[in-house]
Design a protein around this ligand. Structure first.
Ligand code: SAM
Length: 227
């Protein structure tokens, strides 16, 4: 069974967007994963196709209505659907490579994209939505966040990356940032490729990369070393 993604959104026309390009798009065309978008507005009950209302207690903006969102979620993810239901949300658990790896190994995901001020709390609880954040900043909607999550997960699905584009030594695999990369020309604006990398000594190269990765992680992300 391949990875199946369902996205509930007010802007289905944004998809597949970047997910249709390069290796991720090729994986989609080849059936290594599937993507279905659902227009939330199709579940509105009135002739104005209303999906939002003013926040209880006052304040600016609008909130996505729980009944409409629940109907959309139930339509794409009936009881027994094994896929996790995610809500893209700046309040959510920060997305990390470990969760991305879990998702990629699983059956897929149902992803709800918020808009406006967000989503009525009761539907989050009633439909057991896992809130996921892609970083400590606020986007205008969940679509770009959903794309980031899907792109990160789909590239880990076996067969999506070619043999030449392995992810075994990437940043976060093994708890470190990746070592610096170089390619030809040998000298660029007076800067040379470190000699060890062109020495042909694989033991030395591995040691250099390991030390460079540790040094980079120590300076930029000491929190990763502590974990
Ligand atoms: N009022 C909300 C708050 O302060 O937490 C922000 C709502 S934001 C303008 C609208 C939608 O964008 C959110 O419901 C969510 O789906 C999405 N979004 C914004 N920032 C995000 C982030 N960092 N990670 C994931 N989703 C995000």
């Amino acid at each position: 069974m391949s990875f199946s993604a369902d996205v509930v959104t007010l802007f289905p026309e944004l998809f597949p967007g970047p997910l249709g390009a390069s290796v991720i798009g090729r994986g989609l065309a080849d059936g290594l994963w599937s993507l279905r978008t659902t227009q939330l507005r199709d579940f509105a009950a009135d002739r104005h196709r209303t999906v939002d209302d003013t926040p209880a207690g006052g304040g600016p903006g609008m909130v996505l209505k729980p009944d409409i969102l629940a109907a959309a979620i139930d339509a794409v993810s009936p009881p027994g659907d094994p896929r996790p239901r995610l809500l893209m949300s700046p309040r959510g658990t920060p997305l990390g490579q470990a969760r991305v790896r879990e998702l990629a190994r699983g059956p897929g995901a149902v992803i709800v994209c918020g808009r406006f001020e967000g989503v009525d709390q009761r539907v989050i609880e009633a439909r057991n939505l896992e809130e996921v954040s892609i970083g400590d900043y606020v986007l205008a909607g969940g679509e770009v966040a959903a794309m980031a999550l899907l792109e990160a997960a789909v590239r880990l699905i076996p067969g999506v990356l070619g043999a030449a584009e392995s992810h075994a030594e990437e940043s976060f695999e093994g708890g470190l940032l990746e070592y610096p990369q170089y390619t030809r020309p040998q000298i660029f604006e007076g800067r040379e490729i470190p000699a060890v990398l062109t020495s042909g000594d694989h033991g030395k190269i591995a040691r250099w990369r390991r030390e460079a990765a540790e040094a980079l992680t120590r300076t930029r992300r000491p929190d990763l070393l502590k974990r």
